[in-house]
Design a protein around this ligand. Structure first.
Ligand code: 13P
Length: 249
């Protein structure tokens, strides 16, 4: 059985004080949730405050990005060890906004995954097609390429430690959620890529999250799909009330 994951990607929202207040507000609800893994991904300056507020709770903290080097002259970047020291257990890698606005490539995703694993972090690796790619009938090819170049070269034991997130770019922040049928088809495709490369046992154990306009009202329908193991949620993860509703959906 795969434990479902509810992960909030806060993107460029919330100060340290706002992050701590959010965690205080969500803790009582989270403490009643035993069948789900709970993760929030604040911006870098809010990580330590969120981690301090979450101490002793079942709320885990994730970075939104990292650099693959351990240290050095990389202005503006943050290493895996720095995330661990700030209280992170997870890190999002290869989000479409990083690919789109900051030129992140599948090669960079691969290096970042290795650095995160080395530091003991759980990578949450994002893949997903744009609207143009979907309409051209290229969804499967795009997913296959991103998956192969980003994580296909890992050792089986490394791959087994990942969480994958399928985030169709056309569904992010648009209010246009993929239907459960569309999402399930992509998730099944991703799991079959994992089966081909790493075998059924590992492929069946890896969680594949859906991301793109997830809300409390559509989350349960997505979670009902056999290959959807949770959500990576942007906008609806920001208000404590809405995030709490997602935990209980
Ligand atoms: P929204 O839930 O705001 O569409 O964002 C999804 C996302 O990008 C999560 O990583």
């Amino acid at each position: 059985m795969r434990t479902p994951v509810v992960a909030g990607n806060w993107k460029m929202h919330k100060t340290a004080a706002e992050a701590a207040a959010f965690v205080e507000a969500v803790r009582p609800v989270a403490s009643k949730v035993t069948e789900r893994e709970i993760i929030i991904a604040p911006a870098f300056p809010a990580l330590a405050a969120a981690a301090a507020a979450a101490q002793g709770s079942n709320i885990q903290i994730s970075g939104q990005n990292l650099h693959w080097e351990s240290h050095g002259a990389y202005t503006g970047e943050v290493s895996a060890d720095m995330l661990v020291a700030a209280g992170c257990s997870h890190v999002i890698i290869g989000h479409s906004e990083r690919r789109q606005h900051f030129g992140e490539t599948d090669g960079a995703v691969h290096l970042k995954v290795l650095a995160a694993l080395d530091a003991g972090l759980t990578p949450i690796v994002c893949v997903g097609e744009t609207l143009e790619q979907r309409e051209a009938g290229n969804t499967e090819t795009v997913l296959r390429e991103q998956w192969s170049a980003g994580v296909g070269g890992l050792e089986p034991a490394q791959f087994a430690r990942l969480i994958i997130a399928y985030e169709p770019v056309w569904a992010i922040g648009t209010g246009r959620t993929a239907t459960p049928e569309i999402a399930e088809a992509a998730h099944a495709e991703i799991r079959s890529l994992a089966t081909e490369r790493f075998g059924g046992e590992i492929a069946e154990s890896v969680r594949i999250l859906y991301g793109g306009s997830v809300k409390p009202s559509n989350f349960a329908g997505l979670l009902d799909c056999p290959n959807i193991d949770g959500g990576l949620v942007g906008g609806a993860s920001l208000p404590a009330g809405s995030f709490s509703d997602l935990l209980l959906a």
